[in-house]
Design a protein around this ligand. Structure first.
Ligand code: SF4
Length: 64
């Protein structure tokens, strides 16, 4: 599954990393992937990542 992040929408709440460590933050607490500067990344199916996408309050995480 492909996950996209939209940093402009992120309010630095820190919720997504409580579901999965694939989500990391820059110095201002804004979303980035832990191992990549890209805004889109492909993962194996993972219910924790799916939950993070679902729970993000500003829809800064999207499934493609
Ligand atoms: S849950 Fe959404 S708003 Fe909160 S830190 Fe993650 S991407 Fe940003």
């Amino acid at each position: 599954m492909k996950v996209s992040i939209i940093p402009e929408r992120c309010i630095a709440c820190g919720l997504c990393q409580t579901y999965s460590p694939v989500f990391d933050y820059d110095d201002d607490g804004i979303i980035k992937f832990d191992s990549s500067e890209n805004l889109q990344k492909t993962f194996s199916d993972d219910p924790n990542i799916l939950q993070a996408v679902k729970e993000c309050p500003t829809k800064a995480l999207l499934l493609d």
